[in-house]
Design a protein around this ligand. Structure first.
Ligand code: KIV
Ligand code: ZN
Length: 504
């Protein structure tokens, strides 16, 4: 039996602790509570809610999370110090994760302690947590640069003192899959309680090393959403979970359909954008551009899709560009109700490719404009939402306010909103009126002046996204920036609605 032939791997989520240690990230207690709910729904086994000794706000957040009555075990991080452990216990957590450096370099230069002192401190701290009746996870920090014999000795001592789990941190991310697997196998020769792993991504191997640790016998993996964490981050939950499910055939408690929504929420609350080519949750992760690929996935998705997008709460996206093929473009156009004939389609494809050759990315709006020109007629873009009226007030002593009248599915509605400026107020009013049809967020907003003077034609290019990850781009050009923004927004909303209704 291979060591991966185990039934269930526990997911220990540290987005709210190591993830919050991402440079520039700081979450309020309310945001942490919101994320804890989401992580619990996602199905993580343990939520490391924070380091209670850090601040009053942090202790408040951990206490609030512990009070929620979630399914997940709520854990607080503590150094092997009485005041740290007391702070965690004071938050009514289920478990305390204690850590102390064990590598020579860290014992000497970060702690200023001898190995024997480190060992006895670790043992005392484990006992202290256990005396309070809580679950105790022990981490020999920088385990992967620790002398192997000392590592085995301190892990065994922690187990004997009553620890419930031993976590092996690759604190500075220096392992490879082969060395990590071997290390876990070695530690397993002396440790009988569950072994966990905590991998950092300094060499881009955190996920691979976590999977290798599971191969070596680890039964718990520390992860963060979007791979957030100190420096280059931790192993990404979404990648570890999908790797375990689909490559190793191992179960976790993760409801994979909630992965994308969770990733988006974390990105929004932390302000850390997701790189477009990030596995599973990046904008391009399920987008196909080249003709060979789009032809393939349209006919048999598994040709170029190793993961079904719906499995992680996403949808496939076919992108028009210089690598695009006829079938992909045809499907794109058909999705918005445009059916060019064979000759017209050939010309449209040619123009898309020539734009691509000039280095332009071809947006949905570009494709529509090309199709409109080639077919020689105005393609009536079906409108579910239409603008009837718009008025804005702005100035030095007034709060920018916009009032918008829209027709939604044939009926007129009016709403007013305030904002940071007239564009913000008008877009908010549109979002308010259309919220019952679809909730979209403005993902990108770009303003370009097409001509030179104060009468310049302003072109607004936007991207909107609904909660299922449907991203649509739209544009509008007007002399009036507010009008152009509102028209672009409405056009984007119409595209999302059309796509959603076609799929229902
Ligand atoms: O990276 C690390 O070593 C840690 C410890 C607190 C486990 O985050
Ligand atoms: Zn860490």
């Amino acid at each position: 039996m291979k060591s991966t032939d185990r039934k269930y791997i526990q997911m220990f989520d540290t987005t709210l602790r190591d993830g919050e240690q991402t440079p520039g990230v700081s979450l309020t207690p309310e945001e942490k509570v919101e994320l804890a709910h989401q992580l619990d729904n996602l199905g993580v086994d343990v939520i490391e809610a924070g380091t209670p000794i850090t601040s009053k706000g942090e202790a408040k957040a951990v206490t609030e999370i512990a009070k929620l009555g979630l399914n997940a075990e709520i854990c607080g991080l503590a150094r092997t110090m009485k005041e740290d452990i007391d702070a965690a216990i004071g938050c009514n957590v289920n478990s305390v994760h204690i850590f102390i450096s064990t590598s020579d370099v860290q014992m000497k230069h970060a702690l200023g302690m001898k190995p024997e002192q480190v060992l006895s401190t670790a043992v005392e701290s484990v006992r202290y947590v256990k005396d309070h009746g809580l679950v105790c996870e022990f981490s020999p920090m920088d385990a992967t640069r620790t002398d192997l014999e000392f590592l085995k000795k301190i892990c065994s001592a922690a187990e004997d003192a009553g620890a419930d789990r031993i976590n092996i941190p690759d604190t500075v991310g220096v392992m490879t899959p082969a060395t990590m697997r071997k290390l876990i196998e070695d530690v397993k020769t002396v440790v009988k309680i569950p072994i966990s792993v905590h991998c950092h991504n300094d060499f881009g191997m955190a996920v691979a090393n976590s999977l290798a640790a599971v191969e070596g016998g680890a039964s718990q993996v520390h992860v963060t959403i979007n791979g957030l964490g100190e420096r280059a981050g931790n192993a990404a939950l979404e990648e570890v979970a999908m790797g375990l499910h689909l490559i190793h055939g191992v179960k976790t408690g993760i409801n994979t359909k909630l992965i994308y929504g969770t990733s988006q929420l974390v990105s929004r609350l932390t302000g850390v954008p997701i790189q477009p080519n990030k596995a599973i949750v990046g904008e391009n992760a399920f987008a196909h551009e080249s003709g060979i690929h789009t032809r393939g996935v349209v006919v048999v998705p598994s040709t170029f899709e190793p993961i079904k997008p719906e499995l992680v709460g996403r949808m496939r996206r076919l992108v028009a560009g210089k690598h695009a093929g006829t079938r992909g473009i045809k499907t794109e156009l058909e999705e918005v109700g445009i059916h060019p004939n064979k000759e017209q389609l050939k010309t449209i494809v040619k123009r898309v490719k020539s734009l691509g050759d000039k280095g332009k990315t071809v947006t949905d709006a570009d494709l529509l404009a090309i199709a409109r020109t080639v077919t020689g007629r105005v393609i009536a873009e079906k409108k579910i939402v239409d603008l009837r009226d718009l008025a804005v007030v702005t100035g030095i002593r007034v709060i920018p306010t916009a009032s918008v009248k829209l027709v939604l599915d044939g009926k007129e509605y009016v709403a007013a909103e305030t904002g940071l400026g007239p564009v913000d107020a008008a877009i908010k009013a549109v979002q308010k009126l259309t919220a019952n049809l679809v909730n979209v967020r403005l993902k990108e907003y770009r303003l370009e002046a097409l001509t030179g003077g104060s009468d310049a034609l302003a072109e607004v290019i936007i991207k909107v996204e609904d909660k299922d990850g449907n991203v649509m781009s739209a544009r509008a050009a007007r002399e009036d920036v507010v009008m152009a923004s509102v028209e672009a927004m409405i056009s984007g909303i119409n595209k999302v609605l059309l796509k959603r209704r076609r799929l229902q």
